[in-house]
Design a binder for this molecule. Structure first.
Ligand SMILES: *[C@@H]1O[C@H](CO)[C@@H](O)[C@H](O)[C@H]1NC(C)=O
Ligand SMILES: *[C@@H]1O[C@H](CO)[C@@H](O)[C@H](O)[C@H]1NC(C)=O
Ligand SMILES: *[C@@H]1O[C@H](CO)[C@@H](O)[C@H](O)[C@H]1NC(C)=O
Length: 241
């Protein structure tokens, strides 16, 4: 099983931030669906490690020692930080130690966050239904839901959300994240996308739980005259919590 936890990095990488931490047992291969545009940190605890990556859509990749991809950085302890990942970075990531032995390997599907299908349960909006792909092997596209995240408030009505990833299953086979299943294949299907569901919640405040909310204050910005719009990017924001 993959375990995920939050890590606040203040010294290991040049830029502070909160990243979703993805780990995989030593010597194992782990498959995982995630969302694009949200920073992640792939675990590999081996100082001086180098990473080999291979992007499925473009069938390109190399090692972090002789190529650089601007949004990927190896931290001094060996983790791989991927900032603002793109759907085209769906692929294989393997970590090798100094002796040239593979430590761990990830197959990551960065599902396109801009195609997220969002529904509100308390407003009776329907999530996506299972659909068959008709590629000839009775493939079913379905949403694999993660657990509900914490309610955003306590003692008063709040909201909580959960993420759902696109998976494809063939009969008698293990389900596979859509982007990994399809690889380079481009299918025109409106079903091949991740989901988010929101619902109302009301929870008592738990004295054991520390309700520390990190926040960023934007105090220096200006609107663009043409669009009258503005993007504020919160470095502490993440769809995963
Ligand atoms: C990068 O390193 C890998 C593995 O050592 C090697 O196979 C590949 O040819 C190198 N690529 C370049 C562009 O030097
Ligand atoms: C690399 O190999 C040496 C010699 O076999 C060994 O002592 C060391 O523990 C190995 N290091 C790693 C990170 O596996
Ligand atoms: C959708 O498909 C998945 C995977 O095949 C299956 O586990 C699930 O029960 C299906 N859901 C419905 C409502 O048919």
């Amino acid at each position: 099983m993959l375990s995920t936890l939050w890590l606040l990095l203040s010294f290991a990488v040049p830029v502070r931030g909160i990243y979703k931490f993805i780990s995989c047992p030593h010597g194992k291969q782990c498959q995982k669906a995630l969302l694009s545009s949200n920073d992640v940190l792939l675990q590999c605890s081996s100082a001086g490690a180098h990473w080999y990556y291979f992007f499925l859509q473009t069938r390109s990749g190399w090692t972090t020692t002789n190529t650089s991809v601007s949004n990927m950085v190896t931290t001094p302890i060996g983790h791989l930080l991927i900032r603002d990942p793109l759907p085209s970075q769906t692929g294989l990531y393997s970590c090798w130690n100094k002796n040239g032995t593979q430590e761990t390997q990830y197959e990551i599907d960065f599902q396109d966050v801009s195609s997220l299908h969002i529904t509100h349960k308390s407003l009776d909006q329907d999530p996506l239904h299972n659909e068959s792909l008709e590629l000839g092997r009775q493939e079913t596209v379905f949403t694999h839901w993660e657990p509900w995240q914490d309610c955003n408030r306590c003692n008063v009505p709040g909201e909580r959300k959960r993420l759902g990833y696109c998976y494809i299953q063939e009969p008698q086979e293990e389900p596979v994240p859509c982007g990994i299943f399809l690889g380079q294949a481009k299918l025109k299907s409106n079903r091949l996308r991740p989901e988010m569901q929101v619902e109302a919640c009301l929870v008592p405040c738990d004295p054991q739980h520390s309700y520390h909310h990190e926040y960023t204050i934007f105090d220096s910005f200006s609107f663009s005259k043409e669009s009258e719009a503005l993007w504020l990017t919160c470095s502490l924001g993440s769809i995963y919590r």
